[in-house]
Design a protein around this ligand. Structure first.
Ligand code: ASP
Length: 295
């Protein structure tokens, strides 16, 4: 079976001074994930390694780089799906977790599918998953160049920080895993949850079909079940790139939702599409010695 891996670092209008860091962060995460796959490890291990690297890079609005809500604290969401078992693990609204994707993976191993806030953090404590001082997010925000909280920051083409992250991998055994992690959007209302921890909306994986990870207007992506819609297009025989472009187009024309997504189909073909000005991404497929990187 061919192997493949793709990551993204969020859709939106990425300010010119942030573009090099976004490209480099995606390339670095793709290299980390690809090395895991190349050494014969699983898509699960590759996706986890790539998403942890993206969460640890303050360039991105996920993990340590997460933005603040209107109430002035960070609330992070993440989700992962194992295409071999159709298992899902997700967390929403966690405030003290350094790598929400690690906690999502712990939920995947539990009987539950989605845990919120303090309940999710209680699981983290039992699993030895690292906590972070919530003040970290406030202090990093204060260090950013003057950024007043916009009254309505929900549009992706404003200058607020973007950088939801995602990764999809196909391993040599034919297993596909997809994952996503985000801080949501700058100034979001307290308690708001978007598509990132919602299977079928922000991410989806099914062996023999494909894997998808999304970024964009979370509410639109939930309403249109974007990741699932791409999987259905793949299931009808559409190739990865055509499916990505078609679904991103439908979300925009049908309900005005903008964003982007990455996809790998069951044969290892990669696709990506965006309706925003930018989306940072990087991918490896068989035969490449360096990642293809774009924004
Ligand atoms: N989809 C994310 C959310 O709605 C935001 C983003 O991807 O920029 O929380």
């Amino acid at each position: 079976m061919p192997i493949a891996l793709i990551v993204h670092g969020g859709a939106g209008a990425i300010a010119p001074q942030r573009q090099a860091a976004a490209r480099q962060g995606c390339a670095a995460a793709a290299r980390i994930g690809w090395e895991v796959l190349r050494q014969g490890h699983s898509a699960m291990e590759a996706v986890m390694a790539a998403v942890v690297a993206l969460e640890d890079d303050p360039t991105f609005n996920a993990g340590t780089g997460a933005v603040l809500t209107a109430a002035g604290h960070a609330e992070l969401d993440a989700g992962i799906m194992d295409g071999a078992t159709l298992g899902v693990g997700a967390v929403a609204g966690v405030r003290r977790i350094q790598n929400p994707i690690l906690l999502a993976q712990a939920v995947l191993a539990s009987p539950q599918v989605l845990l919120l806030g303090e309940g999710a953090e209680a699981l983290a404590a039992t699993q030895g998953i690292p906590f972070i001082d919530p003040m970290h997010f406030v202090q990093s925000y204060q260090r950013m160049p003057s950024q007043p909280l916009p009254a309505d920051a929900s549009g992706l083409d404003h200058e607020g920080k973007h950088g939801t992250v995602g990764a999809v991998a196909l391993d040599a055994a034919g297993h596909i895993v997809a994952a996503a992690s985000t801080g949501g959007y700058l100034g979001k209302p307290e308690g708001r949850v978007g598509d990132t921890p919602i299977a079928g909306a922000g991410f989806y994986a099914e062996d023999g079909v494909g894997g998808i990870a999304c970024t964009g207007d979370g509410e639109a992506f939930i309403r249109m079940q974007v990741a699932r819609r791409v999987a259905e297009a793949l299931g009808r025989g559409m190739d990865a790139q055509a499916a990505a472009s078609q679904v991103i187009n439908v979300v925009q024309t049908r309900i005005g939702g903008t964003g982007g997504l990455i996809v790998i189909d069951a044969t290892g073909r990669v696709g990506f599409a965006r309706s925003t000005v930018n989306m940072s991404y990087a991918y490896f497929t068989e035969g490449l010695s360096a990642p293809v990187v774009g924004i």
